[in-house]
Design a protein. Structure first.
Length: 143
């Protein structure tokens, strides 16, 4: 129960992010989520897209340096405390969250969280044991 995240290295200069998103747009790749972390000379943009194969092909052809990582995606109630329950379950079971970011879909009252953890399978089992169901790649492509 994982989704594929693309992490792309970008120069930290004006216009680079716009150029990157334009490549995706021109190739009809729909972003589901985006997170940007920066350092002094470069940034790492993490994206979840509707079509991982097309996106990776386009990015390779455009000369981008990137990697694909399996991460957990979880649908949570879009309300105060919705996230707290999930991260409390993970923490209580000894699962460390390396990073997290959010996005919303078209379904009212639902938000989606992307979690990077050391062991996706163990984290998914912990969540499922507690009635929290990770979203798979196919589900995410339909959002």
């Amino acid at each position: 129960m994982t989704v594929k995240q693309i992490s792309v290295f970008l120069e930290n200069r004006p216009g680079t992010l716009a150029d990157f998103t334009q490549v995706l747009s021109k190739n009809h790749i729909d972003l589901r989520a985006l997170s940007l972390a920066e350092a002094s000379d470069f940034g790492i943009v993490r994206i979840i897209v509707d079509d991982i194969y097309n996106a990776s092909t386009v990015l390779k052809e455009a000369g981008y340096v990137f990697s694909i990582t399996k991460v957990l995606a979880v649908a949570i109630p879009d309300e105060p405390g919705g996230l707290t329950r999930v991260i409390r379950v993970l923490g209580d079971e000894g699962v460390n969250v390396e990073y997290v970011y959010a996005f919303t879909g078209r379904e009212k009252g639902v938000a989606y969280m992307i979690f990077r953890v050391a062991d996706n399978k163990a984290a998914a089992e912990v969540l499922q044991k507690n009635g929290i169901h990770p979203v798979c790649q196919e589900d995410l492509e339909k959002l």
